[in-house]
Design a binder for this molecule. Sequence first.
Ligand code: BES
Ligand code: ZN
Length: 649
Amino acid sequence: MGIRTMRATGFTPNRRTATIGLMAALMGTTFLTACEPKVQPASDDSAPLALVRSARDVHSYAEPNVARVRHVDLDLTADFRARVLKGTAALTLETAPTATQVVLDTKALAIEGVTDASGNPLKYTLGKPHPIFGAPLTIELPQGAQKVVVKYATTADTQALQWLDPSQTEGKQHPFLLSQGQSILTRTWIPTQDSPAVRQTYSAIIRVPTALKAVMSAEMLTPDGEAVSGNSALRAYRFKMEEAIPPYLIALAIGDIAFRPTGKRTGVYAEKAMIERSATELSDLEQFVAAAEKLYGEYRWGRYDVLILPPSFPFGGMENPRLTFATPTILAGDKSLVSLIAHELAHSWSGNLVTNATWDDFWLNEGFTSYFENRIMEEMYGKDRALMLQSLGYTSLQAELADIKEPGLTQLHTDLKGRDPDDGFSEIPYEKGAALVRLLEQTYGRKKFDAWLKGYFTRYAFKSMTTAGFVEDLRETLLKGDPGAEDRLKLNEWLYKPGLPSNAIRPLSEAFNKVEMQAEAFAKGTPAKSLLTEGWVTQEWQHFIESLPDNLTAEQLKDLDAAFGFTTSRNSEILFAWLKVAIAQHYEPAMPALENFLTSQGRRKFVSPLFTALMAQKGWGVEMARRVYAEARPLYHAVTRATVDGIVK
Ligand code: BES
Ligand code: ZN
């Protein structure tokens, strides 16, 4: 859909989409038998924009315009021996007068039955499962029904959940459970309408073995749990999330979890065995929230806590509301990797308040967040640090653009119909997205731009946003009264065309220029210990390693290692950058560290490029990749496994 054709629709930012849903129900619905979510007739340019903005999500079976889930009430028991969550999801619905059924998303769930609010059985059918999207659960609704209760259990194929043995935790004494919903995995542990545009409030009671504690992306109503009558082996934890959120943000973790406050509305959760280390690293949380609020307005979620997970967590961080989930690989000991927290916190505005309407608009979540993350870092650590981080991002964008074989995947707005939204995951939505937001900032100036962005978060708070809706908003605000602006910005090219437009602004870091001079001096023969590296921060080391020429001798690599101890670095980003060099140049002394890194954490951003690099080294690399992956695979979350399975065949 060209953005140009959208102009005639006369959208104003005040017109809301929420009312559209039930109106559209009049258009009727057909019973779904196909095994892929039904594809909406291509968004038709003549349709009222509001309809386009609530365009059907091609990654969900739900028909929210007919019957829409408004609230999810979970009652689940965690059985660590069987590795299942079992219980009920009671869904509160809003229905069109004509509605006769509600369609939910499910995947790999064992559905045991469906009833109405009074326990009377309801008729339902479970469609044929699709390998990516799962199976639609279609429930027949009696006239006026407002609630359905689904009794179910998760299965061994539930991808959202990872059940860890005690040996995979820091404390080694207790098991652990973690969930990861984004993008379309919530349907593997909760039968609901798993679409980012179908916002839902939720409440939960979670029963866990008495030694453990449950936490969720919600208000914790029973911080210490409560007894379960008639079962002394279990303790119950209650939660409620009163803001309507997209279902990919419903999250749960269970383990030997402790809490340390870091301020009046912030704190850190982690396994008891690493709570001190975690709380020390994140002791500035309160200031992060204050910095974010100063930039773009009130934090709307009450508390902001961070949960540091065991090392198999597949992402660096996940912006679950009120409770960011984070990898322990950011615990460098010197707070040098906390930009990740700035990122997840920024999602409390871009992503959690204003949410991508479909996964083809994913860049709206990540591009705005990467921009906002950098502004928080600037507030906290100053301009130099912010520019270094921008520059690292820009370099990885260039590398990604060179790497991606499929041009469509370098567009900001993607077309992932029939495919896993994960196929669109790359540096593009993050760094090309941030580059576009930066272009707006630098074109209009901070004052005007900041006011716009703050207004954008307010105008669309608790709403979903499409790429076309973003353009419409710009036309009504920043670009208003300047008909040439869109062309000068090359907006259409940025959003709907592959590659990086020529007006992208390259960040210039003076500190990095100096780093590059040192990398050059080294390449020309200056011994490592004579290089001018005093006072370098983590990002300068990362850039130094990335700036090394790719034809260093084993002697030179040894010299670097002897001077700077890269192979033994306990900073995950420095080690990661170094291991990529080590693989490319087959630097033998780093191989034990590589093996250890790949088998001691499962963060996809680290393990996937390292396995890719190994596989590119035919012979020894392939052999090592296969051997190490056989050992590492059982430790990884399904998300990481799915990616690495595709690399190490
Ligand atoms: N929301 C993402 C993680 C995600 C994206 C999970 C898509 C599943 C599907 C999160 O905010 C994120 O971007 N995490 C990054 C860290 C960030 C500093 C770039 C990560 O995990 O590396
Ligand atoms: Zn993100």
